[in-house]
Design a protein around this ligand. Structure first.
Ligand code: UT7
Length: 331
């Protein structure tokens, strides 16, 4: 029997219109455009404005983008997996809401919470469903409305994050293209460096938790930075080693867009020149679960069938990982 792999056969994306520039941040907090650009590489980020709009409203746009491009009907979808740490509500799952808004009626859907590695975790999970032969079409969404959990008076976090959504369609392939290998890791002892203090079962929301600003991202930037540089670079290098791949074999590195310096460290460890690295952090900032599919969305037209690409991420949890994809189509 031919080996079935899961190929990405279409990419969709959505970013909100509003651009929060470094110049606007200069008017809100004690910072400069120069500091933000040199320390992070970010120039602007998109923010979802509007009452009553949440992650599902961006996620559904990315999914509809796939339907439009691919010309498939919502009825054909078997499963929707949504990676997010900013769900519309604690429950139900945002994937349920996206599926409903997209008119997907014959599928099961659920969320994965792995912060910035959420998309890679969801991609690996979706791929396993396809590889098993049990399901034919799986949609994987990465979406975050980070502006909903950011304290815009905290200059160490508000400069980094933005809102956005990306999605991919996974289908079976037997021509050797698709998701070929993944290394995924997590270490919950890293939670102390990056988390949200209240709103969970340990510390439910109270007036006090709101006044203490405990429903926002808490991040020890330098500590996370050190772990991220090592984690993302190590796992990407290990993925190359165990598949006997060299830098020459790799067409593109698709790194999580948290900080340009972390991206450069990962590329250096893999011996990859900047021309082979997808970088859009300057225009979107860190959109958490959406960074990787938004890179694929921006670069889709340049990708060629057979290209070896490595997706790599590190984030809250800690969670990190790398995935080797042989690209399945020409646009
Ligand atoms: O995606 C999820 C995983 N997250 C990450 O990967 C993020 C990893 N961390 C980072 O990207 C970086 O640590 C940050 C961008 C968050 C911060 O950059 P940094 O180079 O680590 O800065 P720092 O925290 O060491 O701060 C250096 C200085 C400090 O001033 P002093 O103490 O040296 O006087 C900060 O108070 O920069 C100051 N600072 C700022 N100055 C201007 C911190 N934030 C700002 C700011 N504007 N926005």
């Amino acid at each position: 029997m031919e080996k079935i792999t899961a190929a990405i056969t279409c990419v969709g994306g959505y970013v909100p219109e509003y651009r929060l520039t470094n110049q606007e941040l200069e008017t809100m907090i004690e910072t400069t455009d120069e500091w933000i650009r040199t320390r992070t590489g970010i120039e602007e980020r998109r923010i979802l404005k509007g009452e009553g709009l949440g992650s599902s409203d961006m996620g559904v746009e990315a999914v509809k983008n796939i339907f439009d491009k691919k010309g498939i009907s919502p009825d054909e979808i078997d499963c929707v997996i949504c990676a997010t740490v900013t769900p519309d509500m604690v429950f139900p799952a945002t994937a349920n809401l996206i599926a409903d808004k997209a008119g997907i009626k014959n599928a099961f859907s659920f969320d994965i919470a792995a912060a910035c590695s959420g998309f890679l975790y969801a991609l690996t999970t979706g791929a396993a469903y396809i590889e098993s032969g049990r399901y034919k079409k799986v949609i994987v969404v990465g979406v975050d409305k980070m502006s909903s959990i950011i304290d815009y008076s905290d200059r160490t976090t508000c400069i980094i994050f933005g809102d956005g959504a990306g999605a991919v369609l996974l289908e079976a392939s037997t021509d050797g293209t698709g998701i070929l290998d993944s290394i995924m890791r997590s270490d919950g002892s890293g939670a102390k460096h990056l988390h949200m203090k209240a709103g969970g079962s340990v510390k439910p929301a109270t007036v006090e938790t709101v006044l203490a600003k405990e429903h926002f991202v808490y991040q020890e930037g330098q500590a996370v930075f050190k772990f991220a540089v090592k984690g993302m670079a190590d796992v990407s290098y290990e993925l190359l080693q165990r598949n006997n791949l060299t830098a020459d074999d790799i067409a593109w590195l698709v790194p999580h867009q948290a900080n340009l310096r972390i991206i450069d460290a990962t590329a250096n460890r893999m011996d990859l020149p900047r021309e082979k690295v997808m970088i859009n952090i300057q225009k979107y900032g860190n959109t958490t679960a959406a960074t990787l599919p938004l890179c694929l969305w921006d670069w889709e037209k340049q990708l060629k069938k057979g290209d070896n690409i490595v997706l790599s991420s590190f984030g809250g949890g800690f969670t990190w990982g790398a995935t080797w994809v042989k690209w399945g189509y020409n646009s």
